[in-house]
Design a protein around this ligand. Structure first.
Ligand code: SF4
Length: 451
């Protein structure tokens, strides 16, 4: 082949990867609002110019630059970055320089399409004047979203631990919102209170995050939870409890899922969505699991060199998982009982649940490993219904739906699949109302999980 016809992928190596954040603005896409803002605040505390981008305002651009076959989160995030850059160009004029930013788009090694988002977005950015120099910061699940190389090596561990802590605190703030809002005395008061609380926690994280003053941060959360309790109408009767699982982006992004939690609340439910920390624990657990499998294989083959390497990994990943689960437990121990916030399941326990009925396998990976046993646990714990929220055509969530639907029928637990894309499904609201009617029937017959 003539050399000029050889397609070069150097852009994927040179402008997608791990880059120093020094002197650059780190652009964080908004998946769940609170989580994104607390993470950005943590990064700012460590001296990084981190900013959460507006979301959904550039959906038209996302649709324009995609074919329609991509996953919905890819369309939304493509629109977000193109819209942000457009606005920055307008704001800065000739002073605009794409090299001043790092756009954060993590990835996973499959088996689904998440690993392709940043490659696809790279191709789009390369096709636009100026934006070919915008770098994509791609952290990967393969190394548990390691932050090495982003800042000075001696601060990486602190940044990682505080970032994880911010994710857990954001999960609790979200759960506080869903715990209070269905019972609020004054309509709208919870949303305003949580928004203000999020900004309070941003300040706290910027100030106390770098020193890992976790108790000081939790002091503020305790105050917030106590204030939040005052918004609840004490005379309001308990409502059916609905568990939510699904694809992490769409189930966390209120625009993408057309604010399904609010719709469920409108028809009488109280909702608990799966957390973000659960996914982070899963990626750590999965790497530890892989290292253990590789160790056993090299032991069988008597290959001592690889055995040593895998042992080292087992120790590293094991300590990381232990730290995360320990830290998460500490936070919930202190805060959950103040208002009855539902706790996460341990990932090891979820794998046991999957094995009991041979429903799926962690060997296959993906979010189905969390959703399938998560739903089974909701059913056992006395939730009154379960909703699976995901992008239209999402592979792991479609697997979840196919496996779990017959199980829920057997168990007599109301269950609803809600795939989303940029369109409005005319029958969706009717489906949610019907589901909530069934959840009420279940609630009246069986009661609900004790808060
Ligand atoms: S989890 Fe679903 S939406 Fe996300 S990349 Fe995979 S297939 Fe696409």
């Amino acid at each position: 082949m003539e050399s000029k016809k050889i397609v070069s992928f150097k852009s994927l190596n040179k402008t997608v990867g791990r880059f120093s954040l020094k002197e650059r603005t780190f652009l964080i896409p908004q998946m769940n609002r609170i989580g994104g803002h607390l993470l950005a605040a943590t990064f700012r505390g460590f001296g990084i110019r981190a900013k959460v981008m507006d979301t959904y305002k550039g959906l038209d651009l996302g649709i324009e630059y995609t074919s329609g076959k991509e996953c919905y989160p890819c369309q939304i995030t493509t629109g977000d970055i193109l819209y942000f850059m457009k606005k920055e160009k307008e704001r800065l004029g000739d002073a605009f320089d794409p090299d001043n930013y790092i756009y954060f788009m993590p990835e996973s090694s499959g088996p689904c399409r998440f690993g392709m988002y940043n490659k696809y977005q790279r191709i789009i950015l390369d096709s636009l004047p100026d934006l070919n120099r915008l770098k994509i910061g791609a952290l990967t699940t393969d190394d548990g979203y390691s932050l090495s190389g982003l800042i000075e090596s001696q601060r990486v561990s602190d940044l990682r631990r505080t970032s994880y802590f911010s994710v857990v605190v954001a999960d609790i703030l979200d759960r506080l919102l869903w715990r209070i809002r269905p019972y609020e005395r004054e309509p709208g008061s919870t949303d305003a209170f949580i928004e203000e609380s999020m900004h309070r926690m941003e300040n706290i994280f910027e100030k106390h995050g770098p020193g890992k003053e976790f108790d000081r941060i939790l002091d503020e959360m305790e105050v917030i939870i106590k204030e939040g309790k005052d918004l609840v109408d004490p005379g309001s009767p308990k409502k059916p409890l609905i568990g939510m699982v699904g694809e992490i982006y769409v189930r966390s992004h209120v625009h993408a899922n057309q604010d399904i939690i609010r719709v469920l609340e409108r028809y009488g439910g109280e909702v608990v969505n799966a957390s973000i920390a659960e996914w982070m624990n899963y990626t750590s657990y999965d790497r530890l699991r892989d290292a253990k499998i590789a160790f056993r294989l090299s032991m069988k083959q008597l290959r001592f060199g690889p055995m040593k390497e895998h042992l080292k990994k087992i120790f590293g990943y094991g300590s990381e998982l232990y730290y995360q689960e320990f830290r998460q437990r500490k936070v919930y121990d202190r805060l959950a009982s103040l208002i009855g916030i539902v706790r996460d399941h341990k990932i090891g326990h979820l794998e046991e649940v999957i094995k009991e009925d041979d429903l799926f396998s962690f060997d296959a990976g993906t979010e189905a490993c969390l959703s399938i046993p998560g739903i089974m646990e909701y059913a056992r714990e006395g939730f009154n219904g379960v909703v699976n929220v995901y992008p239209f055509t999402c592979m792991p969530s479609t697997i979840t739906a196919s496996i779990i639907k017959p199980r829920m029928n057997e168990l007599g637990i109301p269950y609803l699949d809600t795939p989303y894309d940029a369109g409005i499904q005319p029958g969706r609201e009717a489906a949610i109302r019907t589901f909530m009617y069934q959840a009420y029937q279940h609630f009246n017959q069986h009661g609900r999980k004790a808060a």
